[in-house]
Design a protein around this ligand. Structure first.
Ligand code: FAD
Length: 393
């Protein structure tokens, strides 16, 4: 059983209950259909409802569309979304990533223009960091922004983002100069996606949500598109990723899939791994909330977030591996043998749990890669441990 490293306040518990009821009762059928959708799984009903209630960005100041609360409330919403099976890429990209970037480094005008509609679910963003030849080693990217009068011209190619056809803007990392090291000379830009010089295409792949490729061909940007100081984006990018890497969402995924799976009559050979996963999930939840707690206190969470992201995303892969190993239990509609009383829940004629567990097989591998691969997370953890060891010596 999970033991909290700190206790939630009664207001935070009430928020959790309210979010849970909204998602699991008001949005239930819509979410089942959304989870099956392609190319992008996005529930307007859930996302807009969260936005209308101020729950997409509860930690943002009220003047920017938030509720003036803390990252703890934000993580509660993220956890409840994952536990309710809400596809989360819109919130992660728009709020956790692009929004955190603006909050940390945007001008007063940028915050006032973009953050309230982000928090209200009226404007969607994508994150344009990865390139065909730059992922883990992001600082080696080759997209360039060059000065053009007061503004800029953007040229290059970004890949592996999702939902670009629905999004309004991208937050794009580009090289603006050669710096002292490859980490210097990188800058962030707000890029309108339906504009001159911008082409969006789909990339075929295993992920349940179709990836996009975006090509910038001398795309013009105004001076106000620059976020933060020119050439100084590296730290901002890493701080924004720390929120995504708390692992709350990955933990919620793994927990939900295991709960769905154990609703079926599983063969005895599966039970030892079910038990191991249950205890590992308890540890995972502690790791994620420890990380949220560090961020809430304003402390450095880089290594804690890397550890949490690694462990929680690897757990999603382990649950998916278990799903595959007992696939005879739920494959096909006739062979479903639910443990619960009554009939199998169906929406549009399809059993809900079996379909979702099937999707977990194609979703889990990507979770160990998105937001930083497991190998890179372990490298971050080991670098922090070596720093600590050197400090002691
Ligand atoms: C579901 C999903 C969503 C994503 N969403 C976005 C998005 O919204 N925006 C965006 O910009 N990108 C996104 N990405 C891209 C993601 O950030 C990259 O895939 C990731 O950073 C890895 O980069 P890569 O694919 O180029 O792999 P590579 O960096 O080429 O890595 C290939 C393999 O080599 C290993 N490796 C690389 N370097 C090292 C090293 N130094 N030591 C040990 N092992 C190493 C990696 O761990 C990996 O196993 C998404 C990816 C996925 C799967």
């Amino acid at each position: 059983m999970f033991t909290a490293p700190f206790t939630f306040t009664s207001e935070q518990e009430r928020l959790r209950e309210d979010v849970r009821t909204f998602l699991r009762v008001d949005c239930r059928e819509d979410l089942v259909r959304t989870r099956r959708a392609r190319p992008w799984r996005h529930s307007d009903l859930a996302y807009r409802g969260l936005g209308e209630r101020g729950w997409l960005a509860p930690d943002w100041p009220a003047e920017y569309g938030g509720l003036g609360l803390s990252i703890v409330e934000s993580a509660i919403v993220a956890e409840e979304m994952a536990l309710a099976g809400v596809p989360d890429s819109a919130r992660v990209n728009t709020v956790d990533n692009a929004g955190s970037t603006l909050l940390a480094a945007g001008t007063a005008e940028q915050k006032a223009e973009f953050m309230p509609p982000m928090a209200a679910a009226e404007r969607l963003f994508v994150v344009l960091y990865s390139e065909p030849e730059a992922g883990s080693d992001l600082a080696s990217l080759s997209t360039r922004a060059t000065r053009d009068g007061d503004g800029w011209r953007l040229t290059g190619e970004k890949i592996w983002n999702v939902g670009a056809f629905k999004a309004d803007y991208g937050v794009c990392l580009a090289r603006t100069s050669e710096g002292r090291s490859k980490y210097a000379g990188l800058s962030l830009f707000l890029v309108p996606l339906r504009a001159e010089g911008v082409r969006i295409a789909e990339v075929a792949g295993f992920n349940p949500e179709t990836f996009n490729r975006i090509v910038f061909d001398d795309a013009p940007l105004t001076a106000s598109a620059l976020v933060g100081a020119e050439g100084d984006a590296w730290q901002i990018v890493n701080e924004a990723l720390a929120v995504e890497r708390t692992g709350v969402y990955f933990y919620g995924h793994a927990q939900r899939w295991l709960t769905l799976l154990t609703g079926f009559e599983l063969p005895p050979r599966a039970m030892p791994e079910v038990d191991r996963l249950r205890s590992d999930l308890s540890a995972a939840r502690l790791l994620t909330w420890r990380c949220v707690d560090l961020l809430a206190r304003g402390e450095d969470a880089t290594a804690a977030a890397a550890a949490a992201k690694w462990w929680t995303s690897e757990l999603t892969a382990r649950v998916a591996a278990l799903v595959w190993s007992v696939r005879e239990v739920f494959s096909g509609t006739e062979t479903i043998t639910p443990r619960w009383e009554g009939s199998v829940e169906r929406i549009d004629g399809l059993p809900t749990a079996g379909v979702e567990l099937g999707v977990s097989l194609s979703e889990a591998p990507g979770l160990t890669v998105a937001g930083g691969t497991s190998e890179m997370m372990l490298e971050t953890v080991s670098a922090a441990l070596l720093d600590d060891a050197e400090a002691v010596i």
